[in-house]
Design a protein around this ligand. Structure first.
Ligand SMILES: [Ca+2]
Length: 444
């Protein structure tokens, strides 16, 4: 049975502590979608841009391997080490729990000892390539917030591509190429993150940093650097996230760069540790991965601060009268203006861009400085409300506030002009008509 998991406000204190350690306070919070406050008209909602807390996204993915029978152990196989072809004590047997290496062991608890890992069959069909695609699918758009880190139990591959999809696996584009020799493998000049600038951030590079050299014991990780890319805008320690958020707000390509629905790890050539492949002992060559880290958050278009996982699916808990898995449209009856994503700007609380209720009548503006004047010294604010002096209330500040108090205004006729609802509506309607006419006259 799967219980709904609330990823954000409902997160445990431990998670909050981890998140706090992981990200500086200047990330910007965006953790509240709305708050309540008092205005002249009473209790009202204030709306802000909001997003779910970042989380370990490997808990919510589906993994697919291609070819499907590429996992070792059926039939059982014995592997030799790359360093020593005579040391052959690595057994894989899918039928025995202790000797099986299924894909889920790439996402289990880190720190388990001995390490648990997925392992492929060996390169028995050499020289035909030993190619494996590992696809991670979320069935939901997510935004990456930290480096993707793949930890190998075997030697790191000599050739590999990390790809992403934004359309649930229908189309794919490369994120990064990895090779011991980028020119030879992909006809690309080798580069590292140090070559990337703000202007080339969207460039797809080939790097030899995570493949070159045979480092069996020490460095086992292959990385896709998200934080270094963030740092180009937010500074080395990500202290100025406001700057990054400003860029994300105004540059769709940049926002899309960090957004995915799926990831695909294409393993193209295993570690060989030498220039020549030892054809007499192909059980030295295989892939094994002990851990994959993907840190991110549900993409909710800044309209939700939580995302639930139910029936094996992530869904934003949409606010601001929005709906859909990514809060990507306005709710029914809230389409008075076109949907738009929330905005990080202005910092620090952003703009909610809420979906507005459809109005039954023709009047959607409340006041202006010509015909629909706020009364009793009230001031029209953005055409949507009258800011009334303390003694008055009502849509156009037409009511003495004492009317609302216990005992009313003492039963006496206060002498203030008080508009009855029908006359008020008539005034609003007439105002609309007058305004329309004025506009026509201006046009003519
Ligand atoms: Ca593991």
């Amino acid at each position: 049975m799967i219980f709904p998991l609330f990823l954000t406000l409902q997160a445990s204190w431990l998670t909050v502590c981890q998140a706090t350690q992981h990200y500086p306070a200047t990330w910007g919070h965006y953790d509240l979608c709305k708050s309540q406050g008092y205005t002249e008209e009473g209790l009202t909602w204030y709306y802000m841009a909001c997003q779910p807390e970042a989380a370990d996204m490997t808990k919510y993915l589906k993994v697919t391997l291609d070819p499907p029978n590429i996992t070792c152990g059926d039939p059982p196989e014995t592997y030799c080490t790359l360093e020593n072809p005579y040391m052959c004590n690595n057994e894989c047997d899918a039928a025995t729990d202790e000797l099986a290496h299924p894909p889920e062991l790439m996402f289990d608890i880190v720190g388990r000892n001995p390490t648990t890992f997925w392992q492929s069959t060996s390169w028995k069909k050499y020289p035909k390539p030993l190619a494996v695609n590992i696809t991670l699918s979320w069935n939901k758009t997510i935004e990456l917030t930290d480096d993707i880190v793949i930890t190998f139990e075997s030697g790191r591959p000599e050739q590999m591509v990390l790809e992403k999809s934004l359309d649930y696996g229908r189309s794919w584009q490369p994120y990064q190429f990895y090779a011991t020799d980028c020119l030879d493998a992909f006809t690309m000049e080798p580069k590292t993150m140090k070559d990337i600038t703000q202007h080339t951030l969207l460039d797809i590079i080939c790097t030899e940093e995570y493949s070159r050299g045979y480092v069996w014991k020490n460095d086992k990780t292959v990385r896709f650097e998200i934080r270094d890319r963030f740092a180009l805008f937010a500074g080395p320690k990500l202290h100025n996230m406001a700057s990054l958020y400003g860029q994300l707000d105004t540059t769709k390509n940049l926002r899309d760069f960090f957004t995915i629905t799926d990831l695909r790890i294409r393993l193209l050539r295993p570690a060989t540790g030498a220039t020549m492949v030892d054809e007499n002992n192909l059980s030295r060559y295989y892939y094994a991965i002990s851990d994959i880290k993907v840190h991110g958050r549900c993409k909710c278009n800044l309209h939700a601060n939580s995302c639930i996982y139910d029936k094996e699916k992530l869904t934003c808990e949409c606010e601001h009268n929005t709906t859909g898995p990514d809060c990507g449209r306005c709710k029914r009856n809230f389409q008075a203006r076109a949907w738009s994503a929330g905005s990080y700007l202005p910092i620090p609380k952003g703009t909610a861009n809420i979906c507005m209720a459809n109005y039954a009548g023709p009047v959607t503006r409340v006041c202006d400085s010509e015909l629909l004047r706020c009364q009793n010294g009230g001031v029209c604010v953005n055409y949507v409300r009258c800011q009334c002096p303390p003694a008055y209330t009502g849509l156009l500040c037409e009511k003495p506030r004492c009317e609302k108090e216990p005992g009313g205004c003492g039963g006496s006729d206060s002498g203030q002009a008080s508009l009855h609802p029908p006359s008020l509506i008539l005034l609003l309607l007439l105002g609309g008509v007058f305004l329309t006419e004025i506009c026509w006259i201006t046009v003519l």
